[in-house]
Design a protein around this ligand. Structure first.
Ligand code: SF4
Length: 404
C-alpha cells in the first residue's frame, strides 16, 4: 500500500515512543539535535519577550471524595500527587500560599480549583469548609475565582444553589465519553445523556463550563471518540481537556489489561486522535486547556504506569503533530522537486514546528528530498503562523488555529 504523509509522521512518532520509554530521561527535558543531513537551518531565534501567562490554576485534589465508586481507570494516588485523603485548613492554606508566593505576580487571573473527585457529591460540611476557605482568598483579593470538577450526574438544583452561594464560577464535568457502552464498561455510573442535561443546566445558570474527554476507553473506537468530540462541540463548553487512557497500577483496568482484555492506544494513535480532536474543537471556538496527564512523582515510580500512551511531553507531541499537519496543508501544490523551502515561524513555535528530535523536519525532508529546508524566526511573524517561501520566490502563509 502506498505510504501517505500521515504514515510518514506516524512512523516517526514510534521512535519518539522509544525515547519516551527511557526511564533515565528527565521529565520534560529533551535534546533537540539539528542534523545537517536533515536540515541546514539558519535559526534566527528572534528576541522575543516571554509574555506573562494569563491564568494560574491552584489545584487542590480531593482524592476521590464524593465519588460513589471507583471508575476503572482512576487512581488519584498516582495522578493527583501528594494530597492527603482529607484536606485540612492548614494544608489548604499552605498549598494556596505556596502558589501565591511564587507566582502571583505573573498572572492576571488566579483560580483555586478543586479536582480529583466528585465535588458536588461530598458531604455538605466538608464542601462548605473547602468553599469558604477558597472564598476567603477571593474576598481578600488574592484569588479571582473558584472552579470545581464533578460528575455529570451530580449536578442538581441543590448543588447549583450551593455553588452559587460560594461564587463558584466554573464547573468542569468528567464526561469522558458519550459512548454509553464505553461509559458502562468504565463503571462510570452515568450515561451521555447525563452530561447533556448537566451542561444545559450549568449554562442556564451562567456557569463557565469545561468537559473532560478520554481517548482509548475500553469498548470505544477512534470513530467513537471523534463522535464524542462532535457531541461535546454541540454542547459548546468553554473548555475541554483531552486525556488518553493510561493503564495505572491499582485500577480495575490494570486487571483487565493483565487478563488481556484491554489493549491501550499506541502513542502515535493517541497523538493523532488528540490532534484531530484539538483541531475540531478549536475550529468550533472551544479552548483545549490540557492534553494528557500532568506528570506527578508517583508516576515516576516503577510499576505505576503499566501500559498506554503516556509521555511526559504528550501535549507538546500533539502540538507538534498539529504544526506538521498544518505544514503539509501549507505545502499542498508545491512541487516535490523544490530546491529550497524557507519556513518562517514565531520563536515561540519553533520547537513545535520542528517536532521532537526534529521529526517534523525529517518528515518534510522525506517529501521534499532535494530541498534545502531552512527554518527562521523573523520579526513580524505571529504566533501560530507558518510561512514558507519556495525557491526564493513566492511565499505562502497559514495560521495554526488556537495557538496563542
Ligand atoms: S468520578 Fe472521577 S475522580 Fe471519581 S472515581 Fe471516577 S474518574 Fe475518579
Amino acid at each position: 500500500m502506498k505510504k501517505t504523509n500521515h504514515d510518514n509522521i506516524l512512523g516517526l512518532f514510534k521512535n519518539v515512543q522509544m525515547q519516551g520509554a527511557q526511564k533515565t530521561a528527565p521529565r520534560g527535558v529533551y535534546e533537540y539535535t539539528l542534523s545537517d543531513t536533515v536540515c541546514s537551518a539558519t535559526q534566527q531565534m528572534s528576541v522575543f519577550q516571554q509574555s506573562p501567562r494569563k491564568h494560574l490554576i491552584i489545584p487542590i485534589f480531593i482524592m476521590n471524595s464524593g465519588c460513589p465508586h471507583r471508575c476503572i481507570f482512576c487512581n488519584q494516588k498516582i495522578t493527583a500527587g501528594n494530597f492527603p485523603p482529607q484536606i485540612t485548613r492548614d494544608f489548604f492554606d499552605a498549598e494556596v500560599k505556596s502558589y501565591l508566593d511564587r507566582k502571583k505576580n505573573h498572572y492576571s487571573n488566579v483560580e483555586i480549583a478543586f479536582y480529583g473527585g466528585s465535588f458536588t457529591g461530598i458531604d455538605n460540611t466538608y464542601q462548605e469548609n473547602l468553599l469558604s476557605w477558597a472564598k476567603s482568598y477571593v474576598e481578600a483579593g488574592l484569588v479571582h475565582s473558584i472552579r470545581i470538577s464533578t460528575r455529570p450526574d451530580y449536578i442538581t438544583k441543590d448543588s447549583i444553589t450551593f455553588l452559587k452561594k460560594y461564587n463558584v464560577s466554573t464547573v468542569e464535568l468528567g464526561a469522558q465519553s458519550f459512548n454509553d457502552e464505553a461509559l458502562r464498561f468504565a463503571q462510570r455510573g452515568h450515561d451521555g445523556a447525563a452530561t447533556v442535561a448537566a451542561m444545559k443546566t450549568l449554562k442556564e445558570q451562567g456557569f463557565s463550563t469545561g468537559l473532560h474527554l478520554m481517548a482509548g476507553l475500553p469498548q470505544d473506537t477512534p470513530d467513537g471518540f471523534m463522535n464524542s468530540v462532535n457531541k461535546a462541540i454541540e454542547l459548546m463548553p468553554d473548555t475541554v481537556r483531552l486525556h488518553p487512557v493510561i493503564v495505572l497500577d491499582g485500577t480495575a483496568l490494570a486487571e483487565e489489561f493483565r487478563r488481556g482484555n484491554y489493549k491501550p492506544l499506541e502513542l502515535a494513535e493517541a497523538i493523532d486522535l488528540c490532534r484531530k480532536a484539538r483541531e475540531k474543537l478549536t475550529e468550533a471556538g472551544i479552548r483545549v486547556i490540557r492534553i494528557g496527564l500532568q506528570g506527578t512523582d508517583a508516576m515516576e515510580k516503577e510499576g505505576a504506569i503499566l501500559a498506554g500512551p503516556f509521555h511526559p511531553a504528550f501535549g507538546s507531541l500533539v502540538l507538534s503533530a498539529l504544526f506538521y499537519n498544518s505544514t503539509i496543508k501549507l505545502l499542498t501544490g508545491i512541487p516535490h522537486n523544490a530546491k529550497e523551502l524557507r519556513f518562517n515561524v514565531s520563536g515561540q513555535d519553533i520547537s513545535n514546528f520542528r517536532g521532537m528530535a526534529n521529526m517534523n523536519i525529517a518528515a518534510i525532508k522525506k517529501l521534499y528530498p532535494q530541498a534545502n529546508l531552512i527554518v527562521e524566526s523573523i520579526a513580524g511573524i505571529e504566533r501560530g503562523e507558518i510561512s514558507v517561501a519556495v525557491d526564493s520566490g513566492k511565499s505562502f502563509t497559514l495560521a495554526v488555529l488556537g495557538i496563542i
